[in-house]
Design a protein around this ligand. Structure first.
Ligand code: ZN
Length: 162
């Protein structure tokens, strides 16, 4: 396993649409392992493959630090409600902004054996899922921020970095 370099806003790779994963090759497995290691090292709650420069539809999320989730080729099936809160991104270091997201999402995704499963999330998990899936289509949360970006260090609340 290895820690990979996290690409930052302005890097063209973050603006591209990612390709579906059709086969779990040793290279893909290594990418997944590295994504987890990179996520935990950066103390984020989520990381998408394009953030480490790979245009594949793969996301890792862990909102508690003890609940790793791997989503391959994820698709949002259902959303409801609304939540407004500060959001951050490992690709936009040190900044946060207010983003409105659904409060509930249901996702269809595939695991490391490319078997389908459904995942439901509310609150922070719902936010993280929406944020990471946006990365797979080349979008950053800053496009959705209501108001100015602020310095994360100036916020009292704990931050989420995805
Ligand atoms: Zn992000």
């Amino acid at each position: 396993m290895a820690i990979r370099k996290i690409r930052e806003m302005g890097d063209p790779v973050l603006g591209k649409r990612c390709k579906e994963v059709t086969e779990i090759t040793p290279r893909i497995q290594e990418l997944i392992d590295d994504m987890y290691e990179t996520l935990y090292e950066a103390e984020g709650v989520g990381l998408a493959a394009p953030q480490v420069g790979v245009l594949k539809r793969i996301v890792v999320i862990d909102v508690t630090g003890e609940d790793p989730l791997l989503l391959i080729n994820p698709k949002i099936m259902e959303t409801s409600g609304e939540q407004e809160g500060y959001e951050g991104c490992l690709s936009v270091p040190g900044k946060s902004g207010i983003v409105v997201r659904p409060n509930y999402v249901k996702v269809l995704a595939y695991n490391e054996n490319l078997e389908p499963f459904e995942l439901e999330g509310t609150e922070l998990l719902a936010r993280a899922i929406c944020h990471e899936l946006d990365h797979l289509d080349g979008h950053l949360y800053v496009e959705k921020v209501d108001g100015p970006l602020v310095n994360t260090a100036d916020l009292e609340d704990e931050e989420e970095n995805s």
